[in-house]
Design a protein around this ligand. Sequence first.
Ligand code: NAP
Length: 290
Amino acid sequence: MQLLDGKVVSAHFKQEIAAEVAAIRTASGKIPHLVAILVGNDGASETYVANKVRSCQELGFQSTLLRFEPTITESELLDAVRRVNENPDMDGLIVQLPLPGHINPDRVMETIDPRKDVDGFHPINIGRMAKGLPAYVSATPQGCLMLLEYYGIETSGKHCVVLGRSQIVGLPMTILMQRNTYPGNCTVTVCHSKTKNLPQITRQADILVAALGRPGFVTADMVKEGVVVIDVGLERVPDASKKSGFALKGDVLFDEVAPKCSFITPVPGGVGLMTIVSLMKNTLQAARGK
Ligand code: NAP
């Protein structure tokens, strides 16, 4: 078993991105600029946004964090998004999900200028990705592809089973893995909460992508020998032994599944680190597009 090591791969790509940011800065004085909108005080969202801002600093990007109270109205939030759209100094915009229940996330995503939609959630970017046209690809699935590519994992003709069909992970992953390119050319099966005989399907997977948000859901009896496992799941589970009071857990029961795998991502230290790199890559692309 070999780890798909997010620490190693993200460090590799971060170096490349930082060098490119420095080159753009030297050539034109331009500093790629990422804006993050955070609504409310959800602990996990705070951590994710703080990590993104820290990565911006580390790689030489400019970053702006716009914070709003959870009571902000939808129309006020849409106005904030439009102001970023109209600001030529701001290259990329992410709106951290989830949003409070009174705000429609689809309306927010559709208001982001697709040219600044570095999370790849706008329907135009999802549609362009599905057609194989240049697009901002949703950061987490793109991070998974970068891991497969870095380790040279063969995907053509393989059976890829994706657990979860969310707009931000499962659905784009399904589209990407069946595309006629590398990584891709898989036969893809997507499973969700209404899927029957799920373990029977996961046991057929050459590549298993777990994006459920159900800690420890995938057990050893659900995978075959030699499988490649990408664990996207990232949940906070109470853990009194940790200073924070919680541990981060994936959807895969790592200790019992890993011995059967040819490759597997750890949690933490796998897909999560790649998501941030992928976001930075998209922001760089947005800055270059000017
Ligand atoms: P989500 O929107 O809640 O979607 C979960 C999906 O899993 C849904 O399609 C749901 O099916 C399916 N599902 C849930 N329980 C199931 C079960 N028992 N059997 C079969 N299918 C089941 O979640 P998400 O946003 O995609 O996130 C999934 C996980 O990835 C979370 O742990 C999240 O924190 C993590 N994540 C990590 C990163 C990262 O950077 N590492 C980024 C994004 C997300 P239905 O559609 O039928 O409801």
